[in-house]
Design a protein around this ligand. Structure first.
Ligand SMILES: Cc1ncc(COP(=O)(O)O)c(C=O)c1O
Length: 425
């Protein structure tokens, strides 16, 4: 049976239980906790309000010459300013709006292939083993077209070390592409140092900023990157809209050819509501950076509680991660089993990248850091947002403690006794 059907059936069963087991909050509402914010986030209500007029009132095409078109311009200007300010981009730089980070990433990698590798100016692209599938799959595609791709390993914290880039790079490298922060672990990568190494060898530097933009300050001038992509739905903006920062408006063969939108660099009628929403969302995210301290406090509370459970392992040091993410490995408990137990109690989490979770496969980042296969199957990713509350975290701690006890009791791979642990659960 195809895996997708298998998971559908299992989810159906759990969906049935889900309706029966929801905890009731003090105000009488059923408890629902969303801890999958690295997959996507809730639209901020203020963003929603900002977008609303552009669906049914100011719905003109900004490129039209009549007032329906021109009345959208002030809001577009404000939104684009918010993006420039949010990333500290200069006027000479380009920020091109795209449909998502996947498109931006495809554009950079394929553009570099067209501009440098196909004409024989350079041969190689360097990336890392733990990039998002948007990078890895595009690199695999370019490999088939003749590009030489090097996938840098990561250390036991899941981070690319600067020395490994130094060892791999030579003057034949057209582009180095390494993410700002990892989607599974939340670990922050040394982008400034990696970009400096790339530039010393005449290579351009791209960073997938999806899991960093809106969570921690990202300053494109400070990092000195040539390209950096982002996606609005990861920072409480709408889905289906993202962007690509291009330093000094450097030429790059376009992915989309057509009209003259975005200076002819990315054709297609502008999604005014989306752009307004993305600009507003980034502005709010930057304004809320102080509140990210609350996210960190709640994340650390959850993490400290998890670490009291025996045989649990959390990837990466807290202070080197974005403030919202925990990737835990709970020995003896399949990630999917835990996920469905949590789902039954109204808690949404993940075992890995949302795009890969239908496959019931092990967590790829856990594998890359060298975790044993059975541990890589026990990954549980919990990702908070500025909308997560203390009540939700207290509830999650209770549910996880109970679930660990229940699932380990029926686990064929976990035994409390031989290691002499007292579970204390
Ligand atoms: C690190 C990273 N890069 C790229 C993407 C793709 O983003 P989008 O959904 O905007 O295509 C994601 C989405 O999960 C991500 O986490």
């Amino acid at each position: 049976m195809p895996k997708v059907f298998r998971i559908d059936i299992i989810l159906f069963n759990y969906a049935y239980h889900f309706t029966c087991n929801l905890h009731v909050k003090s105000n009488g509402e059923k408890m629902k906790v969303y801890l999958d914010n690295n997959a996507t986030t809730m639209l901020d209500p203020e963003v929603y309000e900002a977008m609303k007029p552009f669906f049914m009132e100011m719905y003109g095409n900004p490129n039209s010459l009549h007032q329906y078109g021109s009345e959208t311009h002030p809001a577009l200007r404000i939104a684009m300013n918010n993006l420039y300010e949010g990333l500290n981009a200069k006027d000479e730089d380009d920020i091109i709006v795209t449909s998502c980070a996947t498109e931006s990433i495809n554009w950079v990698l394929k553009g570099i292939y067209y501009d440098y590798i196909l004409p024989g100016k350079k041969k190689r692209i360097i990336t890392s083993e733990v990039e998002h599938p948007a990078v890895i799959s595009t690199c695999k595609f370019l490999e088939k077209l003749g590009a030489k791709i090097t996938y840098l390993p990561v250390n036991s914290d899941g981070v690319v070390e600067v020395q490994s880039l130094k060892d791999a790079i030579d003057d034949d490298v057209a582009l180095v592409s390494v993410m700002c922060a990892n989607n599974e672990t939340g670990m922050i990568f040394p982008i400034k140092e990696l970009a400096a190494v790339a530039h010393e060898h005449g290579a351009l530097f791209h960073s997938d900023g999806v899991q960093a933009v809106g969570k921690i300050p990202v300053d494109v001038q400070e990092l000195d990157v040539d390209f950096l992509n982002f996606s609005a739905h990861k920072f409480h903006g709408p889905k289906g809209i993202g962007g690509l920062f291009i330093k000094d408006s450097r030429p790059l063969t376009s992915l989309f050819h057509g009209g003259e939108q975005m200076g002819g660099r990315r054709s297609g009628t502008l999604d005014v509501a989306g752009i307004v929403g993305m600009g507003k969302a980034l502005k709010l995210a930057v304004e809320h950076f102080d509140e990210e301290k609350n996210v960190r406090i709640l994340r650390d509370k959850l993490e400290d509680a998890l670490l009291k459970i025996p045989d649990i392992f959390i990837v990466g040091k807290k202070d080197q991660r974005v403030p919202n993410t925990i990737l835990a490995s709970i020995k003896g408990i399949e990630g999917e089993a835990m996920l469905w137990d949590l789902n039954k109690h109204g808690i949404a989490a993940s075992t890995g990248s949302a795009c890969a979770s239908e496959d019931l496969e092990s967590n790829p980042v856990m594998e890359a850091i060298g975790a044993e296969a059975d541990l890589a199957h026990t990954a549980l990713r919990l990702s908070l947002s500025r909308f997560t509350t203390k009540e939700e975290i207290d509830y999650t701690i209770d549910v996880i403690n109970t679930a660990v006890k229940r699932l380990r009791e029926i686990s064929s791979t976990y035994s409390y006794a031989p290691k002499g642990h007292k579970s204390g659960l």
